[in-house]
Design a protein around this ligand. Structure first.
Ligand code: ZN
Length: 358
């Protein structure tokens, strides 16, 4: 009977998600326009692969245009972390990313008063563009961490699907952190994450960046790594540098010197980023809709990555070895991809109809 209940629960969840998709469409959410990826598109191909390739870990291409080999999975559970939304099958990354997440979770508990981290999307088994939710996360060097602390107990797979995102913003004010939700331990966790030399950027909502600028009294050396970005109000997004020796990885320009509490932040508090696109001039040709990314648009090596031999099992490719495997095994991403679209973070009053520029 428990299974029946779970099924009913999931069905209800789907209905709720359908409503959410409708709502976001009405709001012009570009991420929700398409229900399923076109066959043969890069999203369709990479989203349909259930396991990573064998062989050494290599990021190929750029954060927002690439793929990867030799990914490892973050174990679904550790002493100081739990992986979320397991059905998405996106807890794969470069070993450098996975080990950083584990370290952050341990250091967070030790030094930031943060009991443990909830880890959201990292990447698909072979990276590549995702059907929903992200422009980047394509080469295994990006990961989302929730601003919600890990509960003291181990959550069920259902709970990990259904736990709602909690925004750090006030619902009735423009770009303002909610003082009833925001805590100093969250600030400490962010600055801890920014302190690792391999971490190059951390994307947070502009309101959160402003809060950090206004209130962080500790060492501000790494404050500039916190980058204001659309969304990112219920999770933060950690990006690490191309690991040493990753010759196929395209680096991103380092962040500008300074704490970033400057004009670049102030811009977010002007109408400019939130203004609707200008209507075309009378008589002008309507702009072409953006073309869907095909595998051939990615670095050449990515086509071969799709065809390469998979590892023998998810367990075999889980970071830390077979002991890390758990009963909460994810199902492959291809099948549930369409329904997860509605599970994008609730952005409250912040307009979310702009693609992430990451
Ligand atoms: Zn992200």
């Amino acid at each position: 009977m428990a299974f029946g209940f779970a099924q009913a629960f999931r069905t209800f969840g789907k209905l709720a998600l359908a409503g959410a998709i409708g709502a976001s469409l009405a709001a012009g959410d570009v991420g929700a326009e398409q229900k399923t990826p076109s066959p043969g598109s890069a999203k369709g191909r990479f989203g349909a692969v259930g396991l990573p390739t064998q062989g050494p870990a290599q990021p190929i291409g750029f954060y927002a245009k690439g793929c990867m080999t030799g990914a490892v999975a973050l174990p679904t559970d550790g002493p100081t972390w739990q992986a979320m939304r397991l059905s998405r099958n996106r807890r794969w990354g470069n070993p450098a990313m996975i080990s950083l997440l584990e370290r952050l979770s341990q250091d967070g508990a030790k030094y930031a008063g943060w009991p443990g981290i909830l880890v959201g999307d990292i990447a698909q088994p072979r990276g590549g563009p995702m059907f929903n939710g992200h422009a980047s996360h394509q080469i295994g060097l990006d990961a989302d961490v929730w601003f919600t602390p890990m509960p003291a107990r181990r959550m069920t797979a259902e709970e990990r699907e259904d736990m709602p995102f909690t925004t750090m913003l006030q619902k009735d004010k423009f770009l303002t952190v909610d003082p009833r939700v925001w805590t100093q331990s969250r600030a400490r966790l962010l600055m801890l994450a920014a302190s690792y030399p391999e971490v190059e950027r951390i994307f947070v909502n502009p309101a959160i960046k402003k809060k950090m600028c206004d209130t962080w009294t500790g060492d501000r050396t790494n404050l500039g790594k916190l980058r204001p970005e659309y969304g990112h109000d219920s999770h933060f997004h950690i990006r690490i540098k191309c690991p040493p020796g990753a010759s196929g990885c395209t680096p991103q320009a380092p962040v500008a010197a300074g704490d970033g509490c400057d004009k670049s932040l102030a811009w977010w508090f002007t109408p400019a980023p939130w203004a609707p696109p200008k209507p075309p001039k009378p008589g002008a040709k309507p702009p072409k809709p953006p073309r869907e990314m095909m595998v051939s648009d990615l670095p050449k090596a990515c086509a071969a990555v799709l065809d390469a031999t998979p590892v023998t099992s998810m367990q075999a490719a889980t970071y830390g070895g077979a002991s890390a495997a758990s009963a909460l095994t994810a199902v492959p991403a291809a099948e549930p991809a369409a329904e997860t679209d509605g599970a994008l973070p609730d952005l409250g009053p912040v307009p979310n109809d702009k693609p992430a520029i990451q």
